[in-house]
Structures are given as C-alpha cells and as structure tokens.
Design a protein. Sequence first.
Length: 500
Amino acid sequence: MKILMVSSEAVPFAKTGGLADMVSALSISLAKLGHEVKIVIPRYYSIGRDALKLIPGAMGTPMGGGIEEWSAVFTADMPGTGKKNPVKVYFIDHEIFFGRDGIYGSPIETDFMDNPRRFSFFCRAVFQLCRKLNWYPDVLHAHDWPAAIAPVYLKFAERAAERAKDSDGDFKKTVSVLTIHNLGYQGIYHKDNFDYLGLGWDVFYNSGFEDWGMMNMLKAGLYSADKLNTVSPHYAEETKIQVHGFRLDGVLRYRSADYTGILNGIDSGLWNPAVDTYIPQTYTAKDLSGKAIAKQALQKEFGLPQDATVPVIGMVTRLTDQKGVGEMFGPTYGSAWSICRDMNLQLILLGSGEHWCEHEIGSLASRLSNFKAKIGYNENISHLIEAGSDFFLMPSRYEPCGLNQMYSLVYGTLPIVRRTGGLVDTVENYNEATGSGTGFMFDELDPSSIYNTVGWAVWAWYNRRDHIEAMRLRGMTHDFSWEKSAKKYVDLYDEALNRK
Ligand code: ADP
C-alpha cells in the first residue's frame, strides 16, 4: 500500500506531544510490514534546512485568495528506517506561515492567529506535493485538527475534479483516514477564515465546518474522512457520549459505523527494562534485582530515605486539568496532602504545566517529608520513576490512550488509574479474593476516590505481598508493540479501500 501520513508533528523533527511519537512509530512499523510510507509535515523554523534536501522547483498551491506561490518542499529519510524501504519525510516550506518560532503558538501568542490559514494551506499543499512527486497514495492518513482539512480537500476538491474530469492529478483511488489523538483540541476559529480555504460556502454549512457560527476544522474532517479512529477502543466508545464528546459526540455517533479505536503501541527499544540505558541496571521478570536497585537510586535522586519496605508511588505528568491534578493537588481539597499525611508511603512526582499547580506542589513538598517533586521535563528521570516505583498514579479526567500506564506495566510497576479511556483497555483491576489483575482502578474523579484507591494499593502492599508480586509479573508479560497496532491500521486501511 502507498500511505501518506499528514501531520503537524513527527519525531525527531517536531514534537509537542504523543502525536509526534505515534506518527513516526506507526510509519516505521508500516514500512517494516512492506508498505510504502511517506510523512508530510510543515517545515518549522526549528527544523534546520541544512540537514534536508531541497526538491527543486517552486510549488504553487491554490487557496481562496489565489495561488500561494512561495512554497517549496524539502525531504529527508526518517532516521532508523534503513535503506531498503525508508520512510520518506517531506517538509512543506512557506516562509510567511512557518518561518517563525513555535509550532502552534509562542509564549506571547499561545495560539497563532493565522493557524486556520497555516494549517489549511498545509493540507492543500499536500496534494500539490503528490503532483510534484507524481506519487499518489492509496491511503491519506491525517492526524488531529491541523491535518483534518486534508480529507475535506480530498472529498470536495480532488474527487470533485476527478468526477468533472478536470483533474491534473490521480486521486481517484485515494481513501482517507482521520485519527483523533485528543478530542479536546479541535481547531475552532472565526468563520471569516473560511474564504481562504477556497471551498464553497455550501461546504461550510453542509459538511461539518459550521459550529455555532464558528469554523471547526476537526469537525469538518470527521464529516469528510472515509474512516475515523482514535487511539484506544474505550476512548472511541466514550467519545460518543456527551460527557467525553467535547460537543462532537453527535458527529461521532453519526459516523459510528466508520469509527473505531486502535490502541497505540509503545517504543519497545526505548521503554523496556531489559534494554533501558537510563536505569542503573536492566532487569526482566526472571530477575527483578535491577528494579530494587532502581528503587534505591530513585529514592536517592529525590532525597528520600532508601527504604525497600516502603511503597513508592510515582507520577510523571503534564500538570493540566486533563490529568486530574486539581483533585490531586488542589489547595485545601486535593488528596495528595491527606494521602501523604495518613499513609506510610513515599510519593514522587515529575511534571510541568499550569503555574498554580507547580506552585502548589512546591508548597506541599516543603510541608510533607514523604512527598518529593521535580518541576520540569526530564526523559532520564521519567525512566527512573517507571523502573524504581512500586505503583504509578494516573487520576486522569480523560485519557485517549495513555502511555505511562503501559510503560508501568512492562516495568513491573502497578498502575493506580481512573477507569477511563485507554486506561480501561490496558489495566485490569485487582481482585482481592483471587489476586488477579494488574492494577488498581476507581470510577469517580474526586479526592476521596483517589485517597481510597491509593489506600487500597498500600493496604495490599503491606498485607497481600504475594498478590502484588504476582501482579507485577503478570503486567510484565504484556505486548504493547507497535507491530501489533500497525497490523490493525492495515486492516482499517483495507476496510477504507473496501478490500474487507
Ligand atoms: P499525554 O500525551 O496526554 O501527556 P501520555 O501518557 O499519552 O499523556 O504520554 C505522556 C508522555 O510524556 C509519557 O511518555 C511521559 O513519560 C512523558 N512526560 C510527561 N511529562 C513529562 C516530564 N515532565 N518529563 C518527562 N517526560 C514526561
């Protein structure tokens, strides 16, 4: 299959979150399965031109205001994909739209005012790129709102031109798939931007753009793509109900015959205790001595007593509302204070995000001897926390997939999670009577549920150690490899191509 990934991010070139990891990891796995995969992203300022190859010739892109002349295309091979079937990455260069610091915004302008133009231009340029390369994909796979207009252009510009026998391309057989990584971000802008897209206003009103008088880019994509999916089966179900649907639950119910969930994989070359270079000693389920050493190192790193008998609860998280930080660290009502006050445990956190929360965490850590935190982003320490902790806490409000609970499971660290999204697909709740399960789950997101469930885990630590040790080993047998998930994407592409 010829597959074109359309995304605003892809590691190692541009990353603000998990989307970047997923696009590259999935592409590499699809290439390993023998498919021809190309990725297209914008060339942001942060991606130096020197390491890229220019594809000669300017590229005009028809937009509402006329032809955008000033764009060019650069290319590079995805690192680590080998010579035989490399994943090719293409960078759309446009000085006015992408010649600035920041991907979606800057510290001063958190969401660039011209983002609807920047990303609709990018989506339209994708088709010009195919023309330039004389390469037409079987599957156009778009990710999240910045790429969501690509399936719209396929449907309303390219297919319409094919039908009218007025196309200088060859998109007759191309189908589209749109993946939702986080429904909380939709690309909603003033409808004055719509003229620039160069699509008729009938498309605005009849094909999903219109959203209470505004223009919603993700919603338009959800109407237009041939197949839709999100990054876990449970999140796919949840998003069809109002409480998790971010006002798009109706659209997703309407498209439910074409909407599925496919669990993300994890990078098992990087997140694997048997090969992890960030931890003091590697380990496997057969010999957990490296895990005990990691616990000591973690306690030392955070300035806690090096005591193997006390359970360590780790957290690595963005400090935002999505992650339940209000219920955990909210002043006066958050559960962190009472958890640390009442229970014989050590709580460790690595994270950054909202200022109030960073401040509150600092204040708590200064008053509690068994709570230590580091504010910031640190890959090294995040590995040490996964390896050295006994439990990993994720009280998420919603979680499209979640990676940390998967890392925890394969590192023999028991997740304590809210029963939501991808956490439901990956963690099995502990059963005291039988000892079965791989973690501890709760339903309501409130401080007392977090308190009680952490309490339950700590109780099991002190009173059911045989269960805890068996759960660890059970978790470590999980296969969250990308190979498995990539095959499911191939099935989805086949369905879109009507081969299934
Ligand atoms: P989300 O993408 O919603 O933040 P995920 O669990 O899917 O949540 O993925 C988060 C990823 O970012 C994980 O790999 C996690 O370890 C990493 N991460 C988050 N915050 C930090 C931090 N402060 N330092 C290091 N890694 C972090």
